[in-house]
Structures are given as C-alpha cells and as structure tokens.
Design a protein around this ligand. Structure first.
Ligand code: PEP
Ligand code: MN
Length: 357
C-alpha cells in the first residue's frame, strides 16, 4: 500500500501516518516528490486497515501497490532516480551515461590506452572486470586486487569514475572501497546473499539481468538491494539466452527498456556487447537501445581485441567506439536527449562502424 499525502501536508500529518504504520509493525518509506509526499508501507501490509490511514489528516488516498516489488516500483517513487557520481556524472537524467572499457583489466598499459580513447570519445565511466565470472574454470579468471588498484589509478588519472563486478560477499567491502559503482553480473542476479551484501554498502549498484530472468524476478532482485537501504540501483539489460546462438550471443530485449521505465524509477542501462557478442552489431543495437529510452550504455572496448583475454570478439576498437558515440548522440538528440559531452576534442567525422577496416 502507499499513502498519498495532500500537497503541502504539514510535517505533523506526515508524522501521524508514519507513527500509525510503525504501530502496526510495518516500515514506512517516505518519498518526497516535487508535488507531494508518498509514504510506502513495507512489510505484509494486509495487517493494516486502509480506512484507518484514510481518516488521518491530510491523507489524500491510500492505494494498493499491484506489483510484487515495492521499493523498486514507480508507485512508491514516481520521480526518476538520479545517481550522482564524482566528476559531475549524473545517471538517469537527460544526458546519457556511456560506460566503456575492456571486458577484463589485463594490464595497466592496455587499460590506460583504452581509458584515454574512450574518454576522448565521450565516455564518462570506465569499466573493467577484475573478478571475472567465466563459464569454464579453465578460462582467464581476472587479475583480482592488483587489477582493481590499476583500475582505480587509471580511472583517477582520466577523471573517470570506475565500475567493476563483485562476485562474492567477501569481495564487496574491498571493491566498494575503491570502485564508484559495483556491478552484479548476469549469472549472479539471484545470488541473494550477494545482493544483500551490496545492499549494505552505499555505492551505486548496476544490476544485470539474468540470462533468463523475467522482469518481475529482476525487479525483485533489485528489491533485495533496496530493502537493505541502498537506494542507488540501476538495471542493465544485457540480452537473454534464446535458441539461436549462431549469429548473436544473446537476444537483446529492447522492449524491456520502455516497460521498465513505466514500472520503476531506477535508471536503465543497456549492454549491447554481451547481448550481441560480435562487434559488428553493437552500434546498430546501441542506437535501438537509446531510441527505446535507455539512460546509457556499457560497452566493451579493447585496443587489440585479437589478444584480449576475454570477450575480444565483441570488443570494439577505439575508432569504432568513436563512431558509435557519434551515432548514439544523433539518436539521443532525435529523442530529446544527448550524450554527456566532456570531450576535449572535436567530434570525429561520421564513418559507419561496419565499414572501418
Ligand atoms: C561483463 O560485463 O564482462 C560480464 C561478464 O557481463 P554479464 O554478467 O552480462 O555476462
Ligand atoms: Mn565481457
């Protein structure tokens, strides 16, 4: 249930509602919008009588929340969430946020070259995996804490906040000490202990969609993080597993973007790299994502994809990433948004990524 207060309801009326919720052994969640305050009721709200709340002063309406997730729902939180990071990066606003970098941090030099290139092209956040979830135990597993230090140092030197994946609860604290955003990978979307552990931090979380998760399952996974008090969660669509894996790695669910926008206030990011799995299709799919209303992209870029230790096949060369940024900015403007411009160089000439040799 949510309690919608009249506009300009005084604090004393809010306090009465909050006290009544607490007396019924439930938890109030106050969301202050531009117009009015909405108080969500967390817990099994069948225990509370809606009429009791309706009779309190300045209560305009008491309405049931129809979705299984509450803190993640638009009903609880009608205004879109803005996540603010260092370097004036705001995720979820009118400007799109582009995160880019290698799949895995392999060496400080490769990371530095990549960071320099993606920053120049207009990316505002540097990505790089240090703990890698690999299908095979024999594949490269990431360089761990050494790589985290390189990521932090390189991010700092290019004035870019950093994002990296955490795979286990015992990694959370050390990664949260150094990374600006913690990523929960697709394979861990329903690792509830891990979700609770990142929910205890106050770092923004990028929660990837599980390869076969429904939207409700995904939003309930977000709810685990929100319920622990970490309100800064963004969702990342990265493609679903389907029957035809010959040409693309996964199937990007573009329709998830507008549906999520209607269901939740959380920003929606699209990962075209893991969705399609081949660099050729990444620009086209990125255009679609932005046209559909995504708040940003997370893209894999590598200066020498042929020697990459993971996901080289889907990694864009820096020049192709430049071209992607130009195209995405055009689509963004067509839908009333823009790519955050932080470039110190002139916009490169447009060349379709597919024809660059
Ligand atoms: C990644 O971002 O490198 C990654 C492993 O992604 P996903 O969890 O979507 O497979
Ligand atoms: Mn990858």
């Amino acid at each position: 249930m949510i309690v919608i207060m009249r506009s300009n309801a005084p604090q004393s009326s809010l306090d009465r509602v909050i006290a009544t919720i607490k007396q019924n052994h439930l938890r109030p969640h106050v969301s202050e919008g531009a117009e009015r305050v909405i108080i969500g009721i967390i817990g099994d709200d069948r225990q509370i009588n809606a009429q009791l709340l309706e009779c309190l002063p300045d209560v305009e309406a008491v309405v049931p929340v129809l979705t299984p997730f509450k803190l993640a729902s638009r009903e609880f939180h009608p205004e879109p969430l803005l996540i603010r990071l260092d370097n004036d990066v705001v995720i979820g606003g009118n400007e799109l946020t582009i995160m880019a970098g290698p799949c895995a941090v392999e060496s400080r030099e490769i990371l530095d070259t990549t960071a320099q290139a993606v920053h120049q092209a207009g990316a505002s956040i540097l990505r790089g995996g240090v703990f890698k979830p690999r299908t095979s135990p024999y594949s490269f597993q990431g360089l761990g804490e050494q790589a985290l230090d390189w990521l932090a140092a390189v991010g700092k030197s290019h004035h870019m906040p950093i994002i990296t994946e955490v795979m286990a609860p015992d990694q959370v604290q050390k990664v949260a000490d150094k990374a600006d955003i913690l990523q929960i990978g697709a394979r861990n979307m329903q690792n509830f202990n891990l979700l609770e552990a990142v929910g205890e931090t106050r770092r923004p979380i990028l929660l990837k969609r599980g390869p076969s998760a429904t939207l409700d399952e995904w939003l309930l996974a977000a709810e685990y993080i929100l319920a622990r008090g970490n309100e800064q969660v963004m969702l990342c669509e990265r493609g679903l597993r389907s029957f035809d894996r010959k040409y693309t790695r996964n199937v990007l669910d573009v329709s998830a973007v507008p549906v999520l926008k209607s269901l939740t206030h959380l920003p929606v990011i699209v990962d075209p790299s893991h969705a399609v799995g081949k660099w050729e299709w990444i620009t086209a799919v990125s255009r679609a994502a932005i046209a559909a209303g995504a708040d940003g992209l997370i893209v894999e870029v590598h200066p020498q994809p042929e020697i990459a230790l993971s996901d080289g096949r889907q990694s864009l060369l820096p020049k192709r990433f430049d071209s992607l940024m130009v195209e995405v900015d055009r689509i963004a403007r067509a839908v009333g948004r823009s790519v955050r411009v932080d470039r110190h160089q002139t916009v490169p000439e447009f060349v379709p990524a597919e024809v660059l040799s």
